[in-house]
Design a protein around this ligand. Structure first.
Ligand code: SF4
Length: 232
């Protein structure tokens, strides 16, 4: 499969939600060129959102991992960070398989999509504030398509802040806190979780039980909104 074939954002998202050839952040574009030289088989482009373009659950991570999404072209795929995420999505009926093996496998997300606040691999996993702001234009286009009553799950504070910025919601009164949720416009609710990184799961900062509790809250919200829509 070619890099460009892998790099298809869900067809029902607006074209402006993703650009395979974006080089707006000079530092990140240069870094990708270097990593591509070291690892010719790696994807090494902005990583597109993966899943259902009309999903009611959108998960927002930070940025691709060097040997994970940056290598495979699919968010949270190829390294440790995706193990808990895809397993939990499967447990709650949002995934057809419990793991993501790589672009081209049979995994389908059901009413869910995964995207990143920053689409390109940053050195040391640390995007600069200006890069987060630059890439927010793509996230804003993507989140503008959220259905009424949707749920957005932010994995970590940077993703949380990026979601608020993309939706033009003032951060005042919406501080990031694991397990918290924030009512936004049109019945949309933002849920916060620590990032499911290897560091956080190995240190116990985020356990599988804690992550499941966040998903239970999301499930309750989506069920409530579905009933409300049916009775309206
Ligand atoms: S991080 Fe986003 S805005 Fe920056 S170069 Fe990559 S895709 Fe473009």
């Amino acid at each position: 499969m070619t890099r460009r074939a892998i790099a298809l954002a869900p067809a029902s998202l607006p074209a402006a939600a993703y650009d395979f050839s974006c080089r707006r952040c000079a530092r990140l574009a240069g870094f990708l060129d270097t990593v591509r030289g070291d690892h010719p088989g790696y994807f090494c482009h902005p990583v597109p959102p993966f899943g259902d373009g009309k999903a009611r659950l959108v998960i927002v991570g930070l940025a691709p991992g060097k040997h994970g999404a940056n290598a495979t072209g699919r968010p949270f795929t190829g390294d440790y960070a995706g193990i808990l995420l895809y397993g939990t999505l499967f447990d709650f009926g949002f995934g057809s398989e419990p793991e993501s093996l790589g672009a081209g496998d049979s995994l389908r997300l059901v009413d869910a999509r995964i995207t990143n606040a920053v689409k390109c691999l940053p050195p040391d996993n640390k995007p600069l504030p200006a890069e987060i702001r630059e890439c927010n234009a793509y996230l804003a286009v993507e989140l503008a398509t959220l259905p009424e009553g949707a749920a957005v799950l932010a994995l970590g504070r940077i993703a949380h802040d990026a979601v608020l910025r993309a939706l033009k919601v003032p951060s005042r009164g919406h501080a990031f806190k694991h397990g918290a949720s924030h009512a936004l416009d049109r019945g949309v609710r933002l849920f916060d979780s620590y990032h499911c990184s290897r560091y956080n799961t190995n240190t116990g900062r985020l356990t599988a039980a804690m992550f499941k509790r966040v998903f239970r809250d999301i499930e309750r919200h989506l069920n409530r909104e579905r009933s409300r829509a049916h009775t309206a």
